[in-house]
Design a protein around this ligand. Sequence first.
Ligand SMILES: Nc1nc2c(ncn2[C@@H]2O[C@H](COP(=O)(O)OP(=O)(O)O)[C@@H](O)[C@H]2O)c(=O)[nH]1
Ligand SMILES: [Mg+2]
Length: 254
Amino acid sequence: MPTASSLQHTAALEAPNDLLVLIPAFNESACIAGVLSELWEILPGCAVVVVDDCSRDATAQLAEQAGAQVLRLPHHLGLGGAVQAGYKLAYELGYEVVIRIDGDGQHDPRDIRRIYDTLKETGVEMVIGSRFLPESSGYKTTFLRGLVIRFFRLMLRPILAQPVRDPTSGFVGVNRAALELFSRVFPLEYPEIEALVVLQRCVFRFREVPCSMRPRAGGQSSITLWKSVYYIVHVLLGVFVNILKMDVRRLGGR
Ligand SMILES: Nc1nc2c(ncn2[C@@H]2O[C@H](COP(=O)(O)OP(=O)(O)O)[C@@H](O)[C@H]2O)c(=O)[nH]1
Ligand SMILES: [Mg+2]
């Protein structure tokens, strides 16, 4: 099996016209222009929407100057709300595939093609760019994040009925069926893990493919130590509420 880095495409290929790249961004003025120029170098002509969540810096202006469509949210919604706004827009515009990347340069746009091809070839509803498959590029996360990821892996195993190596990855591609679902139902704050549960409850499928993960190109992560604790509690509650909701519906409730 080739590694994520050896799979990188050497020549730029024109972007598929049913693909939209979605970039949620909050205070990413240090990185956003570089992220967009690298993306278009790898995927010329690729449709992109940057969802600006009331950034306090020049993220929105810089993204527009670089040539991206920018969806400026009137209120700060948080990551999940911003991603869902992008999904709704993509659904209305008729896109077949939406791939989300971060606005900080951590995701390598060379991996987008692998996520797109896997969605098309396998017919699964979601493809996760995973940092932790044997073929991934050996990304080292912090000790605390590593623990959190291992905890959620174990917790999700029986819920999803299949293993997931990288449940917190934000490098995610969805097809139109998942897009329709997530336009209606999507977690508001930290969406990745809960979205997997929502998907599983609708008997949709996902796969993981290797991807590389790089250090931030600039700026600061939104996840601090205290936010990590909040994250764990919030996501745990969200997962169980989703399970309960679905079970109530199955029993004929509302
Ligand atoms: N729209 C929106 N994007 C956010 C928010 N928080 C983080 N992001 C974006 O989500 C992506 C991942 O966030 P980041 O802080 O890098 O998280 P980390 O990679 O887990 O450290 C980046 O593109 C951020 O700009 C938010 O509240 N709203
Ligand atoms: Mg990041």
